[in-house]
Structures are given as C-alpha cells and as structure tokens.
Design a protein around this ligand. Structure first.
Ligand code: CO8
Length: 260
C-alpha cells in the first residue's frame, strides 16, 4: 500500500484501522483518493475484515477536504479525472459492507466532512478548536446533490438546509447537537472509543446489518451511480468557469497568506 495510507488489520477482531497520513492536512488529491480507494477495495474483498475505523495521523486535522490544487488551474480533463475519483471514494465508502467508524480527531471541513458522513458512526475529539461541516457556499462553490443527500440522510432536511446555505462549520458540541457526529470524547480517547464502539456493532450478525444498511443507503447511491457521467460534466462545467476559478484562487491565497 501507499505511504499515505497505513492500514492496521487485527486478524483476531476482524477490524482494520485506516490511518490517513498525507501531510500536511490529508487533503483529498487525485493521488490520495486513488490510494484510499485501493486500500478500501482490498479490505472489502477480504472476507475476514468486518469493520473499519478511519482516522488521521496528522495533528489537528482529520481531512481538509478536496485538494484545491486539483481544481484550480487544471485542464477540464484533469478536473474530470479528479471528480471521478471523488465519486468513486464516496460510492465505495457509502456502500461499504463493512462497519465503518470515523474517528474524527481533528477538523473536517467540506470533503473531509463528507468522508466522515459516509461512515456508520462518527466519534469526534471534544476540542473546541476543531470544526466540521459542509462549508462550500462560504467558499463560493456549491456542494453537489450527493453531498447534500448524504447530509440529509445524516442530520435531516432542515438542519441540512441551514448548514448548506450558510456553509456552516460546527464546533464539536454543535455538531453533536444536530447529530452530525454521534459522540464526543477527549482527544486521546477517540481511537480507543472507536474500537469499543466497534465491538458493539460486531455483535450484530453481518448479513442482517448489511441488508439493513443497503436498504437505508441504496436509493441515494443509485442516484449517483446512474448519473455519474452527467455529474462529472456538471462539475467540469462549473469548476472551470472564470468566476469559480477566481474564487478558488482566493481560497488558495487565503490558505497560504495565513502563514505569513
Ligand atoms: N487543498 C490543498 N491544500 C490545502 C487544503 C486543501 N483543501 N487545505 C489546507 N491546505 C494546505 C495549506 O495551503 C497549507 O499549505 P502550506 O503549509 O504549504 O502553506 C497547509 O495545507 C496547512 O494548512 P493550514 O495552515 O491552514 O493548517 P491549519 O492546521 O491551520 O488548518 C484546516 C487546517 C482547518 C484544514 C485548514 O487548512 C482549512 O480550513 N483548509 C481548507 C479547507 C477547505 O475549505 N476545504 C474545502 C475544499 S472544497 C471541498 O472539499 C468540496 C468541494 C465540492 C466541489 C463542489 C464544486 C461543484
């Protein structure tokens, strides 16, 4: 596997832990998304692997979301390839047969929030410096329908409507209140709590749980699966617009200038 993903598989419990270690902030680049998908596919095919915990090895950040540089100043062809990889990640995680738990041990904006929402359960570090949410509108971009669907399925229609229009980033306490995360624990306890929670989920017979998960998620998954090409075309058309490229340029400069 790639160096940006470390997978620890415990044969005795059937649980794997996927550590994202793509410095500095686990941004979801084309390359990283591809690595993540390959790692997930391997685990999915291994019948002895029943559960997966996803976490970050980077301090303070779970994932910074989609890599700006895969969308800014790139050719339409590159943008299309990138978007296919984003779709692929979502389809694989949201449709996983495994029990998936996100150990959100840092900030998780935009695509990072999406990744955590594809999991069956979210545990977040109780540190008020961290935030989570789909903040796209604040960046002048629009979360696609399947980002929206995933959030509706997680926190309901009204909370999503507010969250998406305002591009809200929630503190851990606020995220817990609206159900965007399921549990808050001290920073040091995120991974151990994920393992403990996994034990509870493992007690449920796989076949019954998997059919139930599929029943809940299949309509949402089918909607994108049946429209992938149109969704790619939409994305490319949108992201290559001058005005959107300008916004992305602002975001990029802001991120950099913060350091000066
Ligand atoms: N992509 C690429 N590089 C990034 C990103 C990113 N998303 N985020 C941060 N970086 C880089 C920074 O430029 C910086 O680089 P360098 O060290 O070389 O200067 C480095 O990572 C560290 O960043 P910070 O100094 O900001 O680190 P902090 O620990 O202070 O903060 C955060 C970490 C909170 C994650 C912060 O970096 C942040 O808020 N990042 C931006 C997050 C964001 O807004 N992402 C949105 C991406 S868009 C998306 O995911 C969905 C888009 C849907 C598309 C819809 C179109 C149709």
């Amino acid at each position: 596997t790639s160096q940006k993903i470390k997978v620890d598989f415990d044969q005795s419990t059937g649980v794997a832990v996927m550590h994202m270690q793509s410095p500095p902030v686990n941004s979801l680049s084309l390359e990283f998304l591809t690595d993540v998908c390959i790692a997930l596919e391997k685990l999915e095919m291994d019948k002895s692997c029943r559960g997966l915990v996803v976490t970050s090895s980077q301090p303070k950040v779970f994932s910074a979301g989609l890599d700006i540089l895969d969308m800014y100043g790139k050719s339409p062809e590159h943008c299309a390839e990138f978007w296919k990889a984003v779709q692929e990640m979502w389809l694989k995680f949201y449709g996983s047969n495994m029990i998936t738990i996100a150990a959100v041990n840092g900030s998780s904006p935009a695509g990072g929030c999406l990744l955590s929402m594809t999991c069956d359960y979210r545990i977040m570090a109780d540190n008020p410096r961290y935030s989570i949410g789909l903040n796209e509108t604040k960046l002048g971009i629009v979360a696609p329908f399947w980002f929206k669907d995933t959030m509706v399925n997680t926190v309901g229609h009204r909370a999503t409507e507010m969250a998406l229009q305002l591009g809200l980033l929630y503190s851990p306490a606020e995220a817990l209140k609206i159900g965007l995360v399921d549990q808050l624990v001290h920073e040091d306890q995120v991974l151990t709590t994920a393992t403990e929670t996994m034990t509870k989920w493992l007690a449920i017979p796989d076949h019954a749980r998997q059919l139930t998960k599929s029943m809940m998620r299949k309509p949402t998954i089918d909607k994108l699966a049946a429209n992938r090409e149109a969704d790619v075309n939409n994305f490319v058309k949108f992201i290559t617009k001058d005005s959107i490229q300008k916004s992305l340029g602002c975001i990029w400069r802001c991120l950099r200038e913060e350091r000066l």
